[in-house]
Design a protein around this ligand. Sequence first.
Ligand code: GTP
Ligand code: ZN
Length: 259
Amino acid sequence: MNGLSKQCITDEKSIKLKKPHPLRSISWNKNIEEGDLDVPGTPRTPRTSTTPGHENCTFHHDLELDHRPPTREALLPEMSRSYRLLLSSLGEDPDRQGLLKTPERAAKAMLFFTKGYDQSLDDVINDAVFDEDHDEMVVVKDIEMFSMCEHHLVPFYGKVSIGYLPCKKILGLSKLARIVEIFSRRLQVQERLTKQIAIAVTKAVEPAGVAVVIEGVHMCMVMRGVQKINSKTVTSTMLGVFRDDPKTREEFLNLVHSK
Ligand SMILES: Nc1nc2c(ncn2[C@@H]2O[C@H](COP(=O)(O)OP(=O)(O)OP(=O)(O)O)[C@@H](O)[C@H]2O)c(=O)[nH]1
Ligand SMILES: [Zn+2]
């Protein structure tokens, strides 16, 4: 840890963007308030830390992790009707044999692609947070990710690497991949997805820092539009010591890039 004094991320002031926006010298939370991370639907509620020694820390997780639209299964008939209309708009006959069940199949597929809207962080973590005096970096890398570009409603996919520096609490390893599922299975932009994952890990274990790197391939840039089939988009969010200490960040990036 390079002798750097470690401070758990338990309040909103300790969460800052890796680089402030050049035009808006703003803290990360202001950024959030501007709507970058909002999913409409639920009020923002401050929460008090339950970590011993941090009981007085209140941290406002503006990120809405618990967005729950009306029961989504109930949307199936209307979505199916929309897909039927879409087939007609394409000049297809939605009543031909091969397409008869397509509207419903497509609606179910879309519900699956966006199933993250039905998941909350608390449900997914399922109390798999363990007290542990481990203060070395934990990295889970190359987590497969499939998401949907919110601009074109076509997929983007890739891999996510997450690192965090525990501060008396560790998270069940699979939960990092489950956090990726919560946020990737929504309509997204890659930048927001990266930030949301980092905030969720912060919320789950209040670590000294979190790092998230995503390498994504956007089908909207491959199958259409600019048609660059080999381009990859890399985004990162660095919080706490990963943001403040270049050596910690470098250690993470080395681990991520090692074979
Ligand atoms: N920053 C960011 N942009 C994205 C993401 N996914 C898609 N886009 C971009 O969203 C932009 C939408 O641009 P528009 O000009 O409104 O739409 P368009 O005419 O379909 O753009 P082209 O893709 O350039 O053909 C495009 O530049 C996409 O590449 C993402 O995750 N992050
Ligand atoms: Zn797109």
